[in-house]
Design a protein around this ligand. Structure first.
Ligand SMILES: Cc1ncc(COP(=O)(O)O)c(C=O)c1O
Length: 347
């Protein structure tokens, strides 16, 4: 069996999840009649301190439905130039929603500088006066930050961005694909972050190991609109309790154990530091993601390929950076073995 450190998305459902799927109470969720989906949505709303939540098929759909729910066509989405939405979601908000991405510089720790956010905002009042700019529609944050190596953005940073958003009457959408990792690493409740945002997308199918799905949470009016957008995107699902049931297990049983993944990531990081000429980038390892820089793009590609030949799978992040991610399917022994494999291949 290969040791698969490419992503926490490769996790398989636990036996408790499989049992929950087999016995889930079901109904037609497009009619609002699937009790299991409703239970999952209520649980997510409670955990995030929001009025309501809606279950969607993926993080990508959750982010897209949220942006469409916040903004009319022709509005700008202000987001980090290293964000997942900008890099990896097919430009879907532009392709399908007529929204304009306005990327701003991402700092190494995953934050967007306040002055960069302020400069990016073409306020609706300004726009209507001069008729030049696409007016701002929403500000996006990501936590933990994937391309910045799983860094945790602090609730205090969120509070400061929220103050800027409030000045301009803008909503904030949080891509919280791994917000549970942030919460566990910081030892703080989700609400420390979610109180500062209008909407949040949470993934069940990453570190929490559910097979499918994400939740978007927000005010009742926002979720109502997001539910409509989900239907437009083909995401109205019928007896969806079959896949919502493992999501309930994920929220109930799988959050606190993320600390173990974080500990395992530090074992990998300590090992990677011993590889001559290789540097952790960023040097800090906050959660379950470790990104490191090889001496060249060619060496990065060759190293990843050589590891794959030895049964160790990792991700090529481009530009000479490689990524390893710990998760439920990875033990401490796997991590120690992975370090030994890297050391022998690099030598
Ligand atoms: C930060 C972040 N946001 C969103 C997503 C999208 O989630 P999905 O793969 O479920 O569409 C991912 C997936 O890896 C992610 O890392």
């Amino acid at each position: 069996m290969p040791v698969d450190l490419r992503s926490d998305t490769v996790t398989l459902p636990t036996q408790a999840m499989r049992d929950a799927m087999a016995t889930a109470e079901l109904g037609d969720d497009v009619f609002g009649e699937d009790p299991t989906a409703t239970r999952l949505e209520r649980l997510a709303a409670e955990m995030t301190g929001k009025d309501a939540a809606v279950f969607v098929t993926s993080g990508t759909m959750g982010n897209l439905a949220s942006l469409l729910a916040h903004c009319d066509r022709g509005r700008e989405v202000i987001l980090g130039d290293e964000s997942h939405i900008y890099h990896y979601e097919n430009g879907s908000a532009s392709a399908l929603g007529g929204l304009v991405f306005h990327p701003v510089r991402t700092s190494a720790d995953g934050t967007l500088p306040f002055d960069a956010i302020r400069t990016a905002i073409h306020s609706p009042a300004h726009h209507y006066h001069f008729y030049h700019h696409a007016p701002a529609g929403v500000i996006c944050l990501e936590n933990t930050h994937n391309r910045c190596g799983g860094r945790v953005l602090s609730p205090e940073y969120f509070a400061d961005v929220a103050a800027i958003a409030r000045e301009h009457g803008l909503p904030i959408h949080l891509d919280g694909a791994r917000l549970f990792n942030a919460a566990v690493a910081a030892g703080r409740p989700l609400t420390d972050w979610t109180q500062h945002v209008s909407s949040v997308q949470l993934c069940l199918s990453k570190g929490l190991s559910a097979p499918v799905g994400s939740l978007i949470c927000g005010s009742a009016a926002f979720v109502d609109r997001a539910r409509w957008m989900r239907k437009i995107l083909g995401g109205g699902m019928r007896q969806v309790g079959v896949i919502a049931a493992p999501g309930i297990v994920a929220l109930r049983d799988m959050v606190t154990r993320l600390a173990e993944d974080h500990r395992h990531a530090r074992i990998l990081a300590d090992g990677i530091k011993t590889l001559k000429g290789v540097v952790l980038d960023p040097p800090e390892v906050d959660t379950n993601i470790v990104v490191f820089r090889m001496p060249s793009v060619a060496k990065a590609e060759a190293f990843a390929e050589a590891l794959a030949d030895k049964g160790l799978l990792i991700s090529d992040f481009g530009g000479g950076r490689l990524r390893v991610v710990t998760h439920y399917g990875i033990s401490e022994t796997d991590c120690r073995q992975a370090v030994a494999t890297m050391q022998s291949v690099w030598a």
